[in-house]
Design a protein around this ligand. Structure first.
Ligand SMILES: Nc1ncnc2c1ncn2[C@@H]1O[C@H](COP(=O)(O)OP(=O)(O)OP(=O)(O)O)[C@@H](O)[C@H]1O
Ligand SMILES: [Mg+2]
Length: 381
């Protein structure tokens, strides 16, 4: 389930070109907002963009994923941005070690070390600010912390005459971070204000949950509206699915096989991999073997992935998910099937939408992931 980069990364040519061209342009501070369903390959795209730009002179790449945070706290997030920024500049500045190690040393020792490498005074000041952040953060309000963290890459870029690219994976989830209480959409408004002053930093974000992406970035009433270039990341096309299969299976699959895999996986790369891995040992790869591989995948890896997701919902939400998986799409019919009242079901459905499992189109509700839907039917048969 690791993101695909380098030789493991396939397809996505147009979107990569578009993003890489813009970000590699030192005169541009335009950023992007990638959005798409869970497990569609957003992190892989961010990391592949990072890889492709990494040797460009005077461009510094910083990657932080909100979903990698352990405690989901505002200070943890802000410190992570500062730490990753310092590390991204490490080689350029000739820093002796990573931020995490610096911060463990006695303050005077590390200041002494910094003095030895003869940095410009302004840069030493910035690094001192970074190192003292974790000591001071406990006393800071959310706004102040966010301000310090998000202005840091811009200041570093300015003082080193570079361009910084700040990538934040699963960005809208920042609303879930806490500092005493939940940060909420206020934190996004704050980041937007700082972003407006960026001249040397391009912000690149991704998001899986359509509802929060809309509230934060895409809809005209959202804080970031018009500030980032939105790009929808669909599942792989059939051509890309073919490419991925041929690469994994060393070409041993015919067109009918490719079509079957595409229909079963809907082009989600993780599921294509899941089938591909199981077919590696097969002598013959036909429709029958592919379907068997998919069922085996659903039963094993599928259960590992989806059981966790399923049981992260409340029992009433799970009841609704079961009905959605069976093909019901309207509030009233789901309410009738569950013997509950429509207004309660309507509310629960909008929670499900906020959590990202369910989407609403033309008044109809549906599970976001077609393979999850299949698994629910398979598991609760
Ligand atoms: N372009 C690609 N080529 C090959 N494999 C890919 C590609 N994109 C994604 N994958 C594979 O699909 C899986 C999911 O990818 P990734 O983690 O990038 O998706 P995501 O959209 O960030 O998922 P999540 O919603 O869990 O954050 C991984 O196993 C990854 O290796
Ligand atoms: Mg991801």
């Amino acid at each position: 389930m690791k993101p695909a980069v380098g030789k493991n990364f396939i397809g996505r040519k147009k979107v990569l070109k578009r993003i890489v061209n813009e970000l590699a342009d030192k005169k541009s501070a335009n950023g992007f907002a990638l959005y798409g369903k869970r497990r569609v390959g957003k992190t892989s795209i961010l990391l592949e963009v990072k890889r492709r730009i990494r040797h460009k002179e005077k461009i510094i790449l910083i990657y932080v994923s909100v979903w990698d945070l352990v405690e989901w706290k505002v200070d943890e997030f802000c410190e992570k941005i500062i730490a990753e920024t310092v590390d991204a500049y490490k080689d350029r500045l000739g820093l002796p070690m990573k931020f995490e190690e610096m911060i463990k040393m006695p303050y005077s020792t590390i200041i002494g070390l910094l003095k030895k490498i003869e940095l410009k005074a302004e840069i030493t000041d910035l690094l001192t600010l970074a190192l003292s952040f974790s000591k001071e953060e406990k006393k800071m309000k959310t706004g102040k912390m966010v301000d310090k963290a998000f202005t840091f890459p811009e200041k570093m870029a300015e003082k080193t005459k570079t361009k910084a690219i700040l990538m934040i994976d699963e960005f809208p989830s920042v609303i879930e971070l806490t500092n005493g209480k939940k940060a909420g959409y206020g934190i996004i408004g704050k980041i937007r204000t700082i972003h407006e002053s960026y001249e040397r930093t391009a912000l690149c974000v991704s998001g899986s949950i359509m509802k929060t992406m809309e509230n934060a970035i895409l809809s005209p009433s959202s804080a970031f509206y018009g500030q980032l270039i939105p790009i929808y990341i669909p599942p792989l096309s059939i051509e890309e699915t073919r490419e991925l299969l041929k690469k994994n299976l060393r070409k041993r699959i015919n067109e009918e096989g490719v079509k079957t895999v595409f229909e079963l996986t809907k082009g989600f790369p993780l599921y294509v991999h899941g089938i591909g891995l199981r077919l590696l040992g097969e002598k013959k790869i036909g429709v029958k073997e592919i379907k068997a591989a998919f069922d085996a995948f659903l039963g094993e890896e599928g259960t590992l992935i989806f059981r966790r997701e399923f049981y992260s919902y409340s029992s009433r939400e799970r009841g609704i998910i079961l009905q959605l998986a069976r093909g019901l799409t309207g509030v009233t019919e789901i309410a009738r099937a569950l013997g509950d009242n429509p207004s309660t079901i309507g509310k629960l459905l909008s929670y499900l939408e906020e959590k990202g499992g369910v989407e609403k189109k033309d008044g109809q509700y549906r599970l976001v992931d077609p393979v999850f839907e299949r698994w629910v039917n398979f598991y609760f048969d």
